[in-house]
Design a protein around this ligand. Structure first.
Ligand SMILES: Nc1ncnc2c1ncn2[C@@H]1O[C@H](COP(=O)(O)OP(=O)(O)OP(=O)(O)O)[C@@H](O)[C@H]1O
Ligand SMILES: [Mg+2]
Length: 385
């Protein structure tokens, strides 16, 4: 029996329901390597750094910066920890489930990925379908996300077990999706398949982003359309999707996202002072060992997943216990990594380009929420053929 036939999973409802997680955005593409993870990472950074545009903040007049979660369900190729400079960080366990890794001291950007459970970045895991399903269920039902304005979900390419599990579990929470393509014909064709999938399962799309669209030479400013340009926009127009914008190829972005941790370590070694999220210098003592046991998840396919503790209360915000755990483990070095990454991302050519795309995404998400509220629609229809 599928998750959708069984009704909402109570553990997941407890974590994501009752307005605790307000908006869920799934990043999809039919093709690998087109920039799903970098779009998901940029969306998380952009929203948590610049806040919500006024059009996305319905009736609220709050100027507080939003709380964002990013969940990486690319189980065989997790790249979010590396892109956010969080490689090597560990998931910790509280009496009420797993504590996500926070990229910042204010705990506004929570991150969860199978990458945190692997012993090394190069370790590979072989997953069978039921294992994938169980892992995704744990990520949704056992992680203490707390209150989030946006949960962004990075997915593997195509439409596989991960997508089906995800959509079945998220059905009651009305998720939306963003499609990412590059301009090449092969990517466009693969994305037609993803589009067909979203239609079959009734997953509403906010729109489509064309990534790696042209390359502007830093010397002569001439734009070369390496893989063509405009194919994504044409596909969006033909299929009645909103075109959210195009991101050019930016070698600077690759350095920001692919070398986030190395760059910060290099800076530290060169003697540049580490800075906390308040911009003040911090000392660089080695990380203290957490007094709670780090979650040692054995992802060997022959082993069952470890049990998670029974819930202790109905509420799951980042409470005193979470704060106490994080106080022991959020190190000055970790803070420095995220600070360095944010500064470098803000300095990149892509930041202003993506900020406009992020605003469009949030506007689309806000429209979707309003529609759901008006129609009383539960979102994903899960039509199956
Ligand atoms: N606009 C861009 N300009 C330059 N490089 C980019 C751009 N977007 C993404 N990249 C780079 O392309 C590579 C692939 O991107 P990314 O990992 O985000 O793709 P993906 O679709 O998530 O891949 P996978 O299918 O393997 O999960 C990364 O090295 C990333 O830094
Ligand atoms: Mg990826």
């Amino acid at each position: 029996m599928s998750a959708s036939q069984q009704g909402p999973d109570p553990k997941i409802v407890r974590r994501l329901g009752n307005g605790r997680v307000k908006n869920i955005i799934i990043v999809l593409s039919g093709k690998g390597g087109v920039g799903k993870s970098s779009v998901a990472a940029q969306l998380a950074l952009s929203i948590s750094e610049t806040g919500m545009p006024p059009s996305a903040t319905s009736s609220s007049t709050s100027t507080a910066l939003p709380k964002v979660g990013i969940l990486d369900v690319d189980l065989t190729g997790p790249s979010i920890p590396r892109m956010l400079g969080l490689d090597g960080q560990q998931i910790l366990q509280s009496s009420d489930g797993w504590v996500p890794v926070y990229a910042d001291r204010e705990q506004r950007l929570a991150v969860m990925s199978v990458g945190f459970l692997l012993k090394s970045r190069n370790e590979s895991v072989v997953w069978r379908g039921p294992k994938k399903n169980a892992m995704i269920k744990q990520f949704l039902g056992d992680v203490r996300w707390g209150e989030l304005d946006y949960l962004i979900i990075d997915t593997p390419p195509g439409t596989s077990d991960e997508h089906i599990s995800l959509l079945e579990y998220l059905r009651p929470f009305s998720p939306t999706a963003v499609l990412v393509t590059t301009p090449q014909a092969v990517s466009l064709a693969d994305n037609l398949r993803s589009l067909d999938f979203t239609r079959k399962v009734g997953l509403p799309l906010v729109g489509l982003i064309e990534n790696m669209s042209g390359y502007v030479c830093p010397h002569c400013e001439e734009c070369t359309n390496v893989w063509g340009r405009g194919g994504g926009e044409a596909l969006a127009a033909r299929e009645g999707l909103k075109f959210l914008g195009r991101i050019p190829i930016d070698p600077g972005l690759v350095r920001v996202l692919d070398d986030a941790k190395e760059e910060a370590i290099k800076r530290a070694k060169e003697g540049a002072p580490a800075r906390g999220d308040d911009g003040k210098e911090t000392d660089q003592r080695p990380a203290r060992q957490a007094s709670v046991a780090a979650m040692e998840v054995d992802v060997d396919v022959t082993q069952p997943l470890p049990p998670t503790p029974a819930p202790t209360s109905a509420a799951a915000p980042a409470d005193e216990e979470t704060r106490a755990i994080l106080a022991q483990t959020t190190t000055p070095a970790g803070t420095m990594l995220s600070r360095t990454l944010l500064q470098r991302y803000r300095d990149s050519k892509t930041f202003p380009v993506f900020a406009k795309i992020a605003a469009q995404v949030l506007q689309g998400v806000a429209e979707h929420s309003r529609r759901i509220a008006e129609e009383g629609d539960s979102g994903v229809g899960m039509r199956r053929e």
